[in-house]
Design a protein around this ligand. Structure first.
Ligand code: HEC
Length: 320
């Protein structure tokens, strides 16, 4: 690219980024500077599936986990060491990506304004280098997955309860079939290699959904200089994307730093979404697909929690 073209492109990108900032009305009128952020280390999990985690001969924490000890109680502050170990292929990753980082630190803030819940992420992008382009649509995707007290795995282990050994890219993934995320309760039988296609009948799945047995997710698809793309949905028997996302996403890329805000109305407008109400603790997990990665090649968190106004949670969303 000629220097002048480069300058024009940079200028154009700057204008686009600025105009997004201006259009980010409600998310930006919140005074984030007075909200204390928490740093969460997302790490590279490789093929560490729910079934792997529950098998003591594979994972030395399995028995204690089953007896009631949660992931973070054993692994707090170990995220970056675990990520490097897995990323370099010492464990759980048969296909290491050279140049990838084992962990990424993200500053997370939450707030609400009486009408909407907001969650904001800030992190530094790592250069693409020679890493392969897997996801052609997005440079980066950031996702949250949460529950409102109905899914026991969510409370114990965040997103890990949806990550099974037969999902795409995982150790027991079947050839010629694509299985994605699901909850064990959507299956009639589940073994060391996952629950496969042992789906419960649709009427039973509908019943579970009505009882609130599902995880809700929000996702932002990001490319520098382009408008972010919002996706939301739920996970029970598989990953269901809602036709009309209600989550609103705002994103800015400045130098090497992303700032992304997701928000949606506190009240759920249909049974595929969760109400966000005071007095309830919400287990939540975070995932970041950076550098054009997809499927398992992401960075994830252990289990965290949020609550509105007050309570015992990692993130207390106060009213702004
Ligand atoms: C009772 C403590 C305990 C609990 C609870 C526990 N783990 Fe572990 N975990 C371990 C031990 C011990 C190892 C092996 C560490 C080693 O070999 O250096 C391990 C290894 C791992 C590894 C492989 C990386 C590594 O450092 O070896 C992952 C990934 C992992 N655990 C994730 C989890 C997740 C997710 C949960 C919750 C579902 C969990 N663990 C719960 C103790 C625990």
């Amino acid at each position: 690219m000629k220097p002048r073209e480069l300058i024009t492109r940079k200028l154009l990108q700057a204008i686009i980024v600025t105009s997004f900032s201006i259009s980010s009305t409600s998310a930006l009128t919140l005074d984030w500077s007075s909200v204390k952020g928490k740093e969460v280390t997302l790490f590279y999990p490789g093929q560490a599936s729910w079934e792997w985690l529950l098998t003591e001969s594979d994972h030395r924490g399995a028995d204690k986990f089953k007896q009631g000890k949660n992931c973070i109680e054993c692994h707090k502050l170990e995220e970056s060491d675990m990520g490097s170990k897995i990323l370099t292929g010492q464990k759980l990753e048969p296909d290491p990506i050279p140049g990838k980082s084992g962990s990424i630190k993200v500053i997370i803030k939450t707030a609400h304004d009486g009408e909407k819940f907001y969650i904001r992420f800030e992190w530094k992008e790592t250069p693409q280098g020679d890493q392969p382009i897997m996801d052609k649509d997005f440079d980066t995707r950031i996702t949250i997955m949460f529950d409102d007290g109905h899914v026991v795995e969510a409370k114990r282990a965040g997103c890990w309860g949806t990550c099974h050994d037969d999902a795409k890219g995982m150790a027991s993934a079947p050839k010629g079939k694509e299985i994605n995320k699901y909850l064990a309760r959507s299956r009639t039988k589940i073994g060391r290699s996952g629950g496969g296609e042992n789906y419960k009948p649709q009427a039973e799945l509908d019943q579970l959904l009505n009882e609130g047995i599902f995880m809700e997710f929000w996702q932002a698809g990001l490319n520098q200089g382009a408008e972010p793309v919002a996706v939301d949905g739920y996970i029970l028997d598989k990953w269901h994307k809602n036709d009309n996302p209600l989550v609103d996403v705002r994103a800015e890329f400045d130098g090497d730093k992303w700032t992304v805000t997701m928000s949606r109305k506190l009240s759920a407008s249909d049974p595929h979404r969760k109400n966000i109400t005071p007095g309830q603790t919400y287990p939540v997990g975070f995932a970041l697909h950076d550098n054009h990665t997809n499927h398992r090649y992401h960075h994830v968190s252990f289990e965290h929690t949020f609550a509105l106004d007050q309570g015992e949670a990692d993130f207390i969303a106060v009213k702004k």
